[in-house]
Design a protein. Structure first.
Length: 151
């Protein structure tokens, strides 16, 4: 008798679930991408406030969310892997170097590419842009007082 996904049970402290039930409980692509947009925008706004460390944090979160999407939505794996390597890694390097002009140029390139991917995947109605205000209004985006602010 072969094992089926439904026969593989996982015990949590609240319930016993099969693998299919666990998979169905995972957030959808739209929910993940909303979090990606939130974190990506926060990275931008943190740099504009001079808080490079906070920008790096949000950019790492962006990358982590997209890497998780590679696992749960493998049909996007090639695009997401390319986006990370060609756009997010250089953007992250700009954050680490605290180079404002380079960061802004690379952020624009990454945003443009993300919008091209939306068209390529059949979602041309999704056009991302940086919101005028930071998504997390309660965070201090000002410089953290460390050397090497905006250049």
């Amino acid at each position: 008798m072969s094992e089926t996904p439904q026969s593989r049970r996982i015990q949590t402290r609240h319930a016993e679930l099969d693998v299919v039930e666990v998979a169905e409980a995972l957030p959808g692509t739209g929910e993940i991408m909303r979090s990606v947009g939130h974190c990506f925008a926060m990275s931008w706004h943190a740099v504009q406030g001079g808080n490079w460390d906070l920008s790096a944090y949000y950019l790492r979160r962006t990358r982590g969310l997209l890497r998780g999407l590679v696992v749960t939505r493998p049909k996007y794996a090639a695009q997401l892997t390319e986006f990370d390597a060609r756009f997010l890694e250089p953007l992250y390097a700009s954050v680490l170097q605290r180079h404002l002009r380079q960061y802004e140029a690379r952020f624009a390139e990454a945003s443009d590419q993300a919008n091209r991917y939306h068209v390529d995947t059949g979602h041309p109605y999704i056009r991302w842009s940086v919101p005028p205000d930071p998504p997390d209004q309660g965070l201090d985006l000002s410089s953290d007082g460390r050397a090497g602010g905006r250049t």
